[in-house]
Ligand binder design. Structure first.
Ligand code: PLP
Length: 395
């Protein structure tokens, strides 16, 4: 386990929104900012040096993914990578398949495709446990489907989708329909810290990763595009990233991202096991707490097929935004839904997808490298006292 990043005395349980930056990553980036500021496209010595550093980082990322270097396109984050995956492959497309619990960077792009490109989108609904049935994906496929995009793990309820099985269903469909050109994309932004991210083993053609969720710098991400997958740029300008993403490369950011991924891969198995234990302890204590059990607390998402760091609950009758604010006043930082949609007053689309009548929203705790059992015990106590107070008003 790397040296603790903890620079604060509060309890941060919002790692699904953003992780802190690993101190080793930060140190390395500082060095690159100082010494390798030259433009990697410049042909003088300093430019060549920047280019080499960038390409070394690309090689590192490719090695971690078990991919080729020309399959990695660096972007400004997971949002851009998701947008690129959808908009970049759709020239001539007529139909896209996705699920109703994807991140806004997929769903809003789908709306754009429907509105402006006259592309039909099928939104496959997930089951009550927040997991999509691969057979439903199979049913949605059509001869003119050009892309299936299913997230690897959900950012709100942490459910892990059966990516390998969906890939199998798509492969089978293509075998029966040899003219089908359907590609399979997965948004792995939330999965990276805990799950296997080898695209070949998963059977995907494209995969999104973001640096800001892996203890790397924000504003960096990437799209893996399997060799042979034609991709048009969505940002026009220079010929960077092999003509797939214009703009001067974020060398320090990419170097930091690559190093952050390297650390993740090194500690993944041990850290996942540690967090899973802590997560189950947290859920178990919540389920046995008198105050919560009497109120009918609901664990959102599958109890087993969920990310090692995710606890997402609904406490009937108590508004979840109020709980987030009350917890924050006690120095505990949780969230009620995706940070990208926190200004939106509606219930989360993910909770609506698993329980259409839900009005009370949800409370998400996402644990991380610094989370300890003491943090969980303190949070449980705080929640108990907040609920004792709020119940007087909301019952
Ligand atoms: N995809 C998923 C599943 C996410 O959780 C997020 C961020 O929360 C994104 C995409 C977008 O990442 P970014 O805001 O870094 O572009």
């Amino acid at each position: 386990m790397p040296k603790s990043n903890r620079t604060y005395s509060k309890i941060y349980l919002d790692h699904a929104s953003a992780t802190s930056i690993d101190q080793g990553v930060l140190k390395l980036m500082n060095q690159v900012y100082k010494e390798n500021f030259a433009n990697p496209s410049a042909i003088h010595d300093l430019g060549v040096k920047s280019k080499n550093i960038l390409e070394n980082a690309r090689a590192k990322v490719a090695r971690i993914l078990g991919a080729h270097t020309d399959e990695i396109v660096f972007t400004s984050g997971a949002t851009e990578a998701n947008n690129l995956a959808l908009l970049g492959v759709i020239s001539g497309a007529k139909h896209v398949v996705t699920t109703n619990i994807e991140h806004a960077s997929i769903l809003e792009m789908c709306k754009f495709l429907e509105r402006n490109k006259k592309i039909e989108v099928t939104y496959v609904g997930v089951e009550e446990n927040g997991i999509v049935d691969p057979q439903k994906i199979k049913k949605a496929l059509r001869p003119d489907t050009s892309l299936v995009s299913v997230m690897y793990a959900n950012n709100e309820i942490g459910t892990i989708q059966p990516i390998k099985e969906i890939a199998k269903v798509i492969r089978h469909y293509k075998k029966l329909n040899p003219t089908s050109k359907v590609l399979f994309h997965t948004d792995s932004a939330q999965a990276v810290n805990y799950l296997d991210i080898n695209p070949t083993r998963l059977g995907v053609d494209m995969m999104t990763l973001g640096s800001g969720k892996v203890y790397g710098p924000k504003g960096v991400g990437m799209l893996y595009v399997k060799r042979g997958g034609a991709l048009s740029p969505i940002i026009y300008g220079g010929d960077q990233e092999s003509n797939r993403r214009a703009g001067t490369e974020n060398v320090a950011g990419v170097v930091g991202f690559a190093h952050a991924l390297e650390i993740v891969e090194k500690i993944k198995i041990k850290e996942s096991a540690r967090l899973q234990k802590l997560r189950d302890y947290f859920i178990n204590r919540l389920s046995h707490s008198n105050i919560l059990t009497n109120d009918g607390m609901i664990l959102n998402g599958d109890a087993i097929d969920r990310l090692a760091n995710n606890v997402n609950i609904t406490i009937p009758k108590i508004p979840s935004d109020l709980l987030v604010i009350e917890l924050s006043a006690k120095g505990i930082y949780a969230s009620e839904k995706s940070a990208c949609k926190s200004g939106d007053k509606k219930t989360s689309h993910v909770i609506s997808a698993i329980r259409p009548d839900e009005l009370d929203g949800s409370l998400r705790f996402s644990l991380g490298r610094d989370t300890t059992k003491q943090d969980i015990d303190f949070t449980l106590k705080a929640l108990q006292s907040i609920l004792t107070k709020l119940k007087k008003w909301y019952n």
